[in-house]
Design a protein around this ligand. Structure first.
Ligand SMILES: C[C@H]1O[C@@H](n2cnc3c(N)ncnc32)[C@H](O)[C@@H]1O
Ligand SMILES: Cc1ncc(COP(=O)(O)O)c(N)n1
Ligand code: SF4
Ligand SMILES: [Zn+2]
Length: 547
């Protein structure tokens, strides 16, 4: 690994050790692959296993050394596999080890995984040069995934912080991360992230290409771009955002928008097209690009350079014209055996969300949709993880395969690690809510486990089964920190006398003690009350006793 440029060579400090209340367990597949799960041990002697994105960092048996990077688990899987892709294998009827691995993670058959990849309805982003990552799948017939963006900017830059954010995001459940660095030491930052990332890493190569030409879009060229893409493929980037749908003739369609072009990549390409009055080199050289990505099995994330950046601009002609072009490019990429997903908006009010999914599926042959939110209103800067998680839950329900998080700092500044966690948790909620609504066979089991723990006042189990056990416990501790409170039949919300779940349990106990079913108990209780009512002279309103 390269040393850090600041000469001090400060090792990035990252968070290690299990998430509170759980431990890493490995399942072994038929062919001996080790598939991680996070096991939550319960106080009633049971346990519950959940999907685990956190990689070796949460395994106490692994020694983490960020200078050496993670163990290259997949390097042994890659022999003799040059120049073919997961899509190529899937089409040829071959089940790869990556497919077997994700099948175990998703609890489906490997053949189902193969068929979904072959149809282009799912992608497994795995650059052959990123053997540290654990394979995962993105597709609407699998668990909804979450991506976390990070990376430096010209205003704030630190390799250490970005590596820390990557580990932190995956700890809380990010399925992929994107390094969107635009500041100094882009190559080096990405190298540190890649060598230490247990999840696929995405980038937007045009950002680094622009940096190479001193930030002047007019100076960009296919050659500079191509060399940047190859450099990033060689490093191990798993998927790349390519804004090849921003065509010269679409740029005027944004002229009357409230917020113009909000995509960075989109605005850079629009500037290039106008400066040269030529068609985008991403579009004219698209087949060459396919051949480069194919050699590494890098997945396209066809960028939405004309996505709406405000409620007013949602679903306009510019946005949907670009989507049509992305559909055309999807079919070209697939013919080259290159995996494809499609990036989506942005800012969209709730009533305009569904149309986005329907159009995307129709135009892009059901390629996995990967959307930024969408934000369902513009009026809450500082809370855009919420405005967007609302849209994300909906769009996920309609069939979006991966949700790109938005943090509380959106529109305001570069997110720090706290923002990263807030964004990831908000999006884990949205993704899981979508899984539930889609009727995913295992999604509800998690809810049911937590609900049971809650009803039985197994407070510790309730904390540990939650997406954020530390915060759940800390909130309970704020008012009732003592150990006996962790089994008490109430919390400080209602107190002991008004705890409805405690009262329900009493009703059930009453029924049991009197040999009645709960319904009978209610009936019996009602008769008792009715007798009291008759005795009191059948008055509906009792006289108020003056103090
Ligand atoms: C496309 C989305 O990418 C996010 N984005 C862009 N750059 C960064 C960064 N360095 N860190 C985190 N998020 C970023 C913004 O939230 C934008 O909305
Ligand atoms: C879902 C999604 N959409 C877009 C981008 C790229 O950002 P930009 O288009 O601003 O360059 C991204 N990283 N993720
Ligand atoms: S987030 Fe900030 S830098 Fe990015 S487009 Fe908006 S105002 Fe510009
Ligand atoms: Zn925005």
């Amino acid at each position: 690994m390269t040393t850090l440029e600041n000469g001090k060579n400060v090792a990035p400090t990252v968070t290690t050790g299990p998430i509170t209340g759980s431990r890493k367990v490995y399942h072994h597949t038929e062919n001996g692959l080790r598939v991680p799960v996070r096991r939550i041990d319960l106080s009633n002697g049971g346990h519950f296993d959940v999907y685990d994105t956190s990689g070796p960092y949460t395994d106490p048996d692994v020694t983490i050394d960020v200078h050496n990077g993670l163990f290259r688990t997949r390097s042994g899987w890659l022999d003799g596999r040059e120049h073919n892709t997961q899509l190529g294998f899937a089409k040829a009827g071959v089940v790869t080890r990556e497919m077997e691995f994700v099948a175990a993670r998703e609890r489906v058959s490997a053949e189902f995984v193969r068929a979904e990849v072959a149809a282009g309805r799912a992608v497994i982003p795995v650059n052959r040069k990123h053997p540290e990552s654990e394979p995962m799948i993105i597709g609407k017939n699998f668990l909804v995934k979450v991506n976390a963006n990070m990376g430096n900017s010209a205003v704030w830059s630190s390799v250490e912080e970005e590596v820390d954010k990557m580990v932190w995001a995956t700890r809380w459940g990010a399925d992929t991360i994107m390094d969107l660095s635009t500041g100094k030491r882009i190559h080096e930052t990405r190298e540190w992230i890649l060598r230490n990332s247990p999840v696929p890493v995405g980038t937007v190569p045009i950002y680094q290409a622009l940096e190479k030409v001193d930030g002047d879009p007019a100076k960009l060229s296919w050659e500079v771009y191509r060399d940047t893409v190859i450099e990033q493929c060689e490093q191990g980037v798993d998927y790349m955002t390519v804004h090849a749908g921003v065509l010269l003739r679409y740029v005027p369609l944004t002229a009357n928008r409230v917020t113009g072009i909000v995509s960075r990549g989109g605005s850079i390409m629009a500037a290039w097209c106008l400066a040269h009055h030529r068609e985008s080199f991403l579009y004219t050289h698209f087949e060459e690009l396919c051949e480069i990505l194919r050699a590494y099995d890098v997945t396209f994330s066809l960028g939405d350079g004309l996505r709406p950046g405000s409620i007013a601009d949602a679903n306009d002609r510019a946005q949907f014209a670009e989507l049509e072009t992305l559909g055309e490019l999807t079919h070209i990429a697939r013919a080259h055996d290159v995996q494809v997903m499609i990036e989506g908006p942005g800012h969209v009010p709730m009533h305009k969300i569904k149309e986005n999914v329907e159009l995307e599926e129709r135009l892009c042959g059901e390629a996995p949709f990967y959307t930024l939110g969408p934000l369902t209103t513009d009026i809450a800067p500082a809370y855009d993880h919420i405005t967007s998680a609302i849209g994300a839950a909906q769009i996920g329900w309609y069939g979006t395969a991966m949700l790109c998080y938005v943090t509380p700092k959106e529109h305001l500044g570069l997110p720090d690690r706290d923002d990263v966690k807030a964004g990831v948790i908000a999006y884990k909620i949205a993704a899981h809510a979508a899984d539930l609504a889609k009727g995913h066979p295992y999604a509800q089991e998690w809810d049911d486990e937590l609900s049971k723990a809650r009803f039985e006042f197994r407070w510790t189990d309730q904390f540990n089964l939650s997406l954020d056990p530390d915060t759940a416990r800390a909130y309970h501790d704020e008012t009732l920190p003592a150990e006996p409170a962790k089994t008490a039949h109430f919390c400080s919300m209602c107190g002991p006398k008004f705890c409805s779940m405690r009262i329900t349990q009493d009703v059930r106990k009453y029924a049991e003690e009197h040999g009645l079913s709960t319904l009978d108990a209610i009936e019996a209780g009602m008769q008792e009350k009715s007798a009291e009512f008759t005795e009191s002279g059948k008055q509906v309103y009792l006289p108020v006793v003056q103090p």
